[in-house]
Design a protein around this ligand. Structure first.
Ligand SMILES: [Zn+2]
Ligand SMILES: [Zn+2]
Length: 285
């Protein structure tokens, strides 16, 4: 256990040593993790009544919409500001977007708090991207990275009051978002990680998380050469794919986001084969 950021830092060093071509991307995420790990959002969370929670789990209704998460807006705003400083020079698109945003903040043409409060409002964010001529993917990535500590805290607080063994759906029990990635552990137990709030929930092993088919003739997977720890599960029924980390074949404790960003070669392979990703991280949406 110990300091989670320290553990992540060690994991990043290990992965960067093994995959030099992902070193730059890993160092980008290291900066983000370092800043996020300092966040301690203070939230006022209202837990839905037990009855509603039970109905939600039974009927497959997620408990919250994205816009209903409690946010510590002032903390998220400070994180947004420090993230902009830390990752500004990562690439040209990020640099241009951050420069425009910082310019708009400095003359109060735009307020960080307003952006964050509208994180779930696609029309608003598309309008901002258009009006200020900034890259919408970068804008959304910055917003999501800034509110993630709040989202995680809220999801954690709710999760312990849900019986997720009865959920077994292909979308998040807390917020309804698609899974970022799947994990296999123990005796082949499958779980999913939410692309929005980071919640992990158990799923059925032989069922497509998108169209829910259990027809085994439609479900198969492929791996990259010489890497048994990662695979792509595909469904011929709906043409979607999800990347799966087989934790039993790794010699380290995986971090879902890092596993996602260091398997972009699998996304490329899956796309070349004509499959669509089940969910995209906010950055690449
Ligand atoms: Zn979620
Ligand atoms: Zn499917």
């Amino acid at each position: 256990m110990g300091d989670p950021f320290r553990n992540r830092k060690e994991l990043i060093a290990l992965l960067a040593g093994r995959m030099p071509h992902y070193r730059e991307l890993l160092s980008f995420y290291e900066k983000i993790y370092e800043l996020q790990s300092r966040a301690e959002p203070r939230l006022s969370i209202k837990l839905p009544k037990q009855e509603l929670r039970d109905i939600g789990v039974r009927e497959g209704f997620p408990l919250l919409s994205r816009g209903e998460f409690a946010l510590d807006v002032s903390e998220a705003s400070a994180l947004f500001e420090s993230l902009c400083t830390a990752i500004k020079h990562a690439n040209e698109t990020i640099e241009t977007t951050i420069e425009i945003l910082e310019g708009a903040f400095s003359i109060s043409a735009l307020r960080r708090e307003e952006l964050l409060r509208h994180h779930a409002d696609d029309a608003y964010l598309d309008g901002i991207a258009r009006d200020f001529d900034v890259e919408s993917g970068v804008l959304r990535f910055l917003i999501h990275a800034s509110i993630l500590p709040s989202l995680r805290s809220h999801a954690e607080a709710i999760k312990k009051h849900l019986d997720l063994e009865k959920w077994l759906r292909g979308y998040c029990p807390i917020c309804g978002s698609s899974p970022l990635i799947a994990l296999l552990s123990g005796e082949g137990r499958r779980s999913f990680i939410c692309s929005f709030c980071g919640t992990e929930w158990p799923g059925e092993r032989l069922k497509c998380p998108h169209c829910e088919t259990t027809d085994h003739t439609k479900l198969h997977y492929f791996c990259a050469e010489e890497d048994e720890g990662h695979r792509v599960d595909v469904c011929d029924n709906c043409n979607r794919y999800i990347k799966t980390v087989d934790c039993r074949k790794l010699d380290y404790e995986p971090d879902p986001i890092l596993e996602d960003v260091t398997t972009i070669h699998l996304d490329i392979l899956a796309t070349e084969k004509g499959f669509l990703r089940l969910s995209s991280p906010s950055f690449r949406r």
